[in-house]
Design a protein around this ligand. Structure first.
Ligand code: A2P
Length: 276
């Protein structure tokens, strides 16, 4: 398996289409539109994040756009992802609406939120969104290896990322390997198990021994695997803490201990059940 193309500073990965994506991003799922979301994005940018991951379905694109604009960080330095809400008909039309809400000319990455209606259903619109310049890169989310293969069989422009729930407890080894073999980068959402994994004794033991927090260990585990990782928080000190992950490493033994927490059997599936 070819090693992922991580940039010299270790902070970004070069996607198959040539675009670079910062490895650490702030996820804003379930972060309320308005003050809560604007604060979280502003704090993240102040803490050095240069990647914000939102979605049409999150209902907070306006706040993300406003916070980026108000931050003073140049737009071209911030990687913005949004996602096509697959209950809607056409991804190109929805991309245009997302851009209006975000108040930007393009997003850096536009992905299908989940494969509703089948893995190929929305791709034509995704490709048109890219051709029109609405999105620099296009990808998918919650796709298994089988679903990716169905899409790759018909795509003119292949997806360059697959955003899935990923952590030591959901170490989807066959999915990761299958994605890497197909030139698709994995983005890890809910890397803290939505907070559930932070209390695990084995994670805590490693964190205590290294003088880090459980969240830092879980985020670092993703970086050690060259994954793009999207921890979510609405608290300033946690947002800052989750970004302090580039100045320590995990030993092979600690990585092996974390790998062993997997509860998916190393699956090539992206999710344990359908929610649509
Ligand atoms: P909050 O947003 O109130 O800070 P995930 O990224 O896996 O979805 O996990 C997000 C959950 O973990 C949220 O409930 C978030 O709470 C919590 N969380 C995020 N970062 C930390 C941290 N450093 N310490 C403790 N809890 C955290």
């Amino acid at each position: 398996m070819a090693a992922a193309a991580v940039t010299a500073d270790g902070r970004a990965r070069v996607l198959v289409d040539g675009n670079a994506i910062p490895l650490l991003g702030l996820g804003v799922w379930q972060v309320g539109e308005g003050r809560e979301c604007e604060d979280a994005v502003r704090w993240a940018l102040e803490a050095g994040y240069r990647h914000i991951d939102t979605a049409q379905a999150y209902g907070n694109e306006r706040s993300v756009g406003r916070a980026v604009r108000d931050s003073g960080v140049p737009r071209e330095e911030v990687f913005i992802t949004t996602k096509f809400y697959p209950r809607r008909k056409d991804a190109e039309a929805e991309a245009r609406r997302s851009l209006e809400r975000l108040g930007v000319e393009h997003v850096d990455l536009y992905i299908i939120h989940w494969p509703r209606g089948g893995p190929t259903r929305a791709w034509d619109g995704m490709q048109r969104a890219r051709e029109r310049g609405y999105a620099r890169s296009i990808g998918v989310s919650n796709f298994s290896v089988g679903e990716l293969d169905e899409l790759l069989a018909v795509a003119d422009t292949p997806p360059v990322v697959n955003q899935v729930q990923f952590s030591p407890f959901e170490y989807r080894r066959a999915l990761l390997q299958g994605c890497e073999q197909r030139g698709v980068a994995i983005e890890a959402y809910s890397p803290l198990g939505r907070g559930r994994h932070l209390g695990d004794d084995r994670v805590r033991e490693i964190a205590d021994r290294l003088g880090r927090t459980p969240a830092q260990v879980l985020v670092r585990w993703c970086l050690e695997r060259d994954l793009v990782v999207l921890p979510k928080s609405t608290h300033r000190e946690r947002i800052e803490q989750n970004a302090q992950v580039f100045h320590f490493t995990l030993s092979d033994d600690d990585m092996a201990a974390l790998d062993a927490l997997d509860t998916t059997g190393g699956t090539d599936r992206a999710r344990e059940r359908k929610w649509w």
